[in-house]
Design a protein around this ligand. Structure first.
Ligand code: SAM
Ligand code: SF4
Length: 471
């Protein structure tokens, strides 16, 4: 198997570098009839083949691009409805032995203060997050011998056991360095949600150039990192590319080939796909002027093409993006966003201005969780903190949402309403409550008679003080 192979300059993996270039070349100036055929295939909920995605990537005609946006919106609405799942990132430690040129945490960056949360500090961070209403986190670590699988497992265990009032964290996802199968098993044992690894760039020569040092310089070890997670029994894995490092069209193709590889090898594709764009990081000139910047318009294209190419996968949009753009992009296919985020180590509980020096990069969306929730509801979305599937052992919920007719109506929308009700009772401002209660009433009215009464009863139980009501 390639993972254990010594790396050669021309590495053979499931990312066929030359084939991707050839496909992108061959499908230039696509025939509009062919494009419409592909959009129809997406709308019938089929995953696209590389040649089809390459064709969509080569659409340059504005009217056809608009048709692509319309198809992506339609696909999202019909499969996933109007829920948006909310989470927050929690940085545990920023020590790192790698030297990724775009990242503020890279080992050669002497202007970043290195910090790993102590147990007490971690508990304070969790309480601060719970106190705002969060239920789902992604925990983030640099790559360092301090952050062993045992350490990661321990921090997650502390998070689950730190409760405050009615609140608690119910799902912890992880973004950390790739592990060995044994390492993943240790982390899995404390009950994690998704394990995320972003390949950053699927273009091998660019990868080699931008990751000059440390374990991350091994392209294949990282590329097969989620294979090992699945071999260890972690069912939900998240892939991603960091946009701005190389041609965005190549990266979308990379994400698709990665998806196909996981499908073929494990019978199921990734749980989520992330598509961060590079943000400016402290003392990191590369991040201020990335070599392949992606315009807002192209960003919308790539989000809609990922949605159309892999209809069954969750898509994550982060607070790296500006609020106005986030609103537009969510409609194109996004299912999860972070809100009220702070990405300095210790920055939820400690408002010290020095924390920015412990931050990885700067966020463009600095709205509070309450503000984001209010604005989502004003735009007709139901903010959700649902963790029901994962806790009921229904892993791969995005797949079920997509594959089982009526699943969203029967499970996702009611559970979104229940978790929103908890939020309104325990954490919302007056203004948010007013909008929220109206939205809940309206959403319940739209429901089929079969479940309407059960949802009404669930909401009443929560209002009377019960928590964690779910289907
Ligand atoms: N150290 C682990 C790793 O590299 O996989 C996990 C944590 S790392 C902080 C998480 C992600 O942050 C990286 O995978 C990368 O995509 C992203 N990132 C790094 N620098 C960034 C920047 N300047 N702007 C936006 N995202 C960045
Ligand atoms: Fe370290 Fe991850 Fe940043 Fe690279 S991206 S320098 S591995 S924290």
């Amino acid at each position: 198997m390639y993972v254990f192979m010594k790396e050669k300059e021309k590495l053979k993996t499931f990312i066929p570098q030359d084939e991707i270039h050839e496909l992108l070349e061959k499908t230039k100036n696509p025939d509009p009839v062919r494009v419409k055929e592909i959009l129809a295939k997406s709308l019938s909920k089929e995953r696209l083949e590389p040649e089809e995605t390459a064709t969509l990537l080569n659409v340059e005609d504005r009217d056809l691009i608009e048709e692509m946006f319309i198809a992506a919106r339609k696909l999202k609405e019909t499969i996933y409805g109007n829920r948006i799942v909310l989470f927050a990132p929690l940085y545990i430690g920023n020590e790192c032995v790698n030297d990724c040129v775009y990242c503020g945490f890279r080992t050669s960056n002497k202007k970043v203060l290195r910090k790993t949360l102590t147990e007490e500090e971690l508990k304070e961070e969790v309480k601060a997050l719970v106190n705002k209403g969060h239920k789902r986190l992604i925990v983030v670590y640099g790559e360092h011998s301090k952050y062993s699988p045992q350490f990661i497992a321990k921090t997650i265990d502390i998070i689950y056991n730190t409760k405050l009032g009615n609140g608690e964290i119910r799902r912890v996802n992880v973004n950390a360095a790739p592990q060995s199968v044994e390492g993943y098993k240790i982390i899995k044992s404390v009950g994690i949600g998704t394990f995320q690894i972003f390949q950053e760039t699927y273009h091998y020569p660019t990868y080699k150039k931008l990751h000059p040092k440390g374990p991350k310089s091994n392209f294949a070890w990282r590329l097969y990192g989620l294979d090992r997670a699945m071999m260890a029994g972690i069912d939900d894995v998240g892939i991603g590319a960091l946009f701005g490092l190389y041609d965005w069209k190549f990266e979308v193709m990379g994400l698709l080939y990665h998806t196909i590889h996981l499908e073929e090898r494990f019978g199921v594709g990734p749980h989520t796909i992330s598509f961060p764009r590079i943000e400016p990081a402290v003392n990191t000139p590369f991040s201020q002027k990335p070599p392949h910047p992606v315009s807002d318009f192209d960003f919308k294209r790539l989000v809609s093409i990922i949605r159309l190419s892999v209809p069954y996968t969750g898509m994550i949009l982060t607070a790296r993006e500006r609020p106005d753009l986030r609103d537009e992009v969510i409609k194109l296919g996004v299912s999860q966003i972070d809100a009220g985020s702070s990405i300095g180590v210790g920055s939820y509980s400690n408002k010290d201005p020095e924390t920015v020096k412990k931050s990885q990069f700067l966020l463009a969306d600095r709205r509070s969780l309450d503000e984001v929730i209010r604005e989502l509801m004003k735009s007709g979305f139901i903010p959700s903190f649902c963790t029901a599937c994962y806790r009921a052992g229904r892993t791969g919920e995005h797949f079920m949402e997509f594959a089982i007719p009526g699943f969203v109506k029967r499970f996702c929308t009611p559970n979104a309403i229940f978790t929103l009700t908890e939020y309104l009772c325990d954490y919302a401002t007056q203004e948010t409550k007013e909008i929220g209660w109206k939205l809940i009433e309206k959403e319940i009215e739209k429901m089929d008679d079969g479940i309407k009464e059960a949802v009404k009863k669930g909401v009443e139980r929560i209002k009377r003080g019960e928590r964690d009501v779910r289907f």
